[in-house]
Design a protein around this ligand. Structure first.
Ligand code: NAP
Length: 485
């Protein structure tokens, strides 16, 4: 089935079961590795968003009443099609997002995993019975789908970020309208094509590409939208919180992070170094739960740094479709400039560049937005890059010697998404896990996103969870029923 091979066919919104190209012009989608256009999508706005919400609203009663096992059938077919088309999806991801093909393929497979897992979890949206306070009373608690859910997603994981929201929403019985990032909308249209092929009833899944603030405003103003699930920057998240006030709209927010990676002297050093490189340079450092700063105990800083440099020096940078490439470009030149400004500020404030620290240019990189894998020593906690989300292939190293002081330092941030701790000391495992002010802690590893676990943050990293039964609950209302016999 050659569903996804022609990128021109991805130039469409998907509304009420039909692919359509509205007349309001197109958005150019750029390939960050070549600086050339990868494709186009419609530049939709209020009218497309309104039509999509109307379609989702009309489809809601039928979808919500369907048996969970029947909804599971659609989700499983969607998952199966994602797997069958993982190769095509990966090529689209490489073309518009830039990540290496192997990572893109893994993302396509991971998206299918979310659809597959929630197909089953939807069957377990259990209620409760509660002991009453009188003999002739009965108390029931049931869960019901919230209604139409609007899903706004970012560019760093264009497939998984959609699957991680769409799968629980659909499994819960909600109908959805997806608004993908304008930087990576082609993957979203490809997923909509696969959903169409999977046979979802018209209006259950809708997709609108285009002008973010117009579409976002319509989601907030339209009373048929009962829930908005957003992943993106803290700045836009705050705007949505303000805009949600008028209708007290339900919101879940997956926002930015500033994850510390902490290595104690008793850690397995090879394991820690491999995990640091794996996480820090995945997706070219553009990961919300990506390591921002690496804190290493001063006793082992030299050994850690030597091993880290060995690995970083082996990282091949290039076009995601080339063999053995481990780092693609960053998403665009604006991002490149932000990353470089943070590195420059650190160097001017006394940090030492151990490698990298510059844009990669020349024949191999063309007009792509490539940045050299960068390691910085002598970083101070008050430098900008230790406090702002770097979102690039830059690893700052900060030494520490006191556990309590370290904890207060890493907790002193408005963010609270993830943290990584490397130690073999059981007391420290619990001490750190319980006292780090974040939504997720990984001990002796640096990967977190799996369908069955609750992914999400605290403080200004957001609220709500994606994954596990927690993810399903984000799309359900709790209803208490009191019956007098
Ligand atoms: P962004 O600029 O906030 O955009 C995210 C999405 O919001 C895009 O679809 C964007 O559309 C849309 N948007 C922008 N302005 C809007 C508005 N006024 N109303 C409604 N929607 C609006 O973030 P990004 O640069 O794509 O993503 C990077 C950020 O996402 C990082 O901070 C990262 O940490 C965070 N993130 C968090 C998680 C998590 O789980 N916590 C996961 C991944 C990423 P346009 O593209 O059309 O502007």
């Amino acid at each position: 089935m050659a569903l996804l091979t022609n990128l021109e066919e991805l130039n469409a919104c998907y509304i009420d079961g039909r692919f359509m190209s509205p007349t309001g012009g197109v958005i150019e989608v750029w390939n960050p590795a070549t600086g050339k256009i990868a494709g186009y999508v419609p530049n939709g706005g209020v009218s497309e968003a309104r039509a999509a919400v109307a379609a989702a609203h009309a489809a809601f009663p039928g979808w919500a009443r369907m048996l969970p096992a029947e909804r599971a059938g659609y989700l499983k077919r969607w998952a199966q099609l994602m797997l069958e088309h993982a190769d095509d999806l990966a090529h689209i991801l490489v073309a518009e997002q830039g990540k290496p093909f192997a990572e893109a393929y893994e993302e396509a497979e991971g998206s299918a995993l979310f659809a597959e897992w929630y197909a089953e979890e939807g069957k377990r949206a259990y209620g409760e019975t509660v002991p009453p306070s009188a003999p002739n009373k009965r108390i029931l608690v049931i869960r019901q789908p919230v209604g139409v859910a609007a899903l706004i997603t970012p560019w760093n994981y264009p497939a998984t970020m959609i699957a991680r929201k769409a799968a629980p929403a659909l499994a819960a019985g909600c109908t959805i309208v997806i608004k993908p990032s304008s930087l990576t909308p082609l993957t979203a249209v490809a997923l909509a094509r696969l959903a169409h092929e999977a046979g979802f009833p018209a209006g259950v899944i809708n997709l609108v590409t285009g002008r973010a603030s117009e579409i976002g405003d319509e989601f907030m103003a339209n009373p048929h939208v009962k829930k908005v699930s957003f992943t993106g920057s803290t700045e836009v998240g705050k705007q949505l919180i303000r805009a949600s006030a008028d209708q007290v709209k339900r919101l879940s927010l997956e926002l930015g992070g500033n994850a510390p990676f902490i290595v104690f002297p008793d850690a397995d050093l090879d394991l820690a170094v491999a995990a640091a490189v794996g996480n820090k340079f995945e997706n070219c450092g553009q990961m919300c739960n990506g390591i921002n700063v690496i804190y290493v105990h001063e006793e082992i800083m030299e050994a850690f740094t030597d091993r880290l440099m060995d690995r970083v020096n082996q990282l091949k940078v290039g076009h995601g479709d080339e063999p053995d490439v481990k780092l693609g470009p960053v998403i665009d030149t604006r991002s490149l400039d932000n990353i470089h400004a943070l590195v420059t500020d650190a160097v001017q404030s006394g940090a030492r560049l151990l490698t990298g620290g510059h844009r990669l240019t020349g024949d191999a990189y063309g007009a792509g937005s490539f940045y050299a894998p960068t390691v910085l020593a002598g970083v101070e906690p008050d430098m900008k890059l230790a406090n702002e989300e770097i979102f690039g292939p830059v690893a700052p190293l900060i030494p520490f010697n006191d556990e309590t002081e370290l904890l207060s330092r890493v907790n002193d941030t408005p963010y609270g998404l993830a943290a990584y701790v490397f130690t073999r000391d059981v007391r420290r495992v619990f001490e750190m896990s319980e006292r780090l002010e974040v939504g997720m802690v990984a001990v002796n590893s640096a990967s977190l996103s799996v369908p069955q676990a609750p992914f999400g943050g605290i403080k200004q990293s957001g609220n709500g969870r994606e994954g596990g039964h927690f993810g399903l609950e984000e799309f359900m209302n709790v209803k208490y029923i009191s019956i007098t016999l």
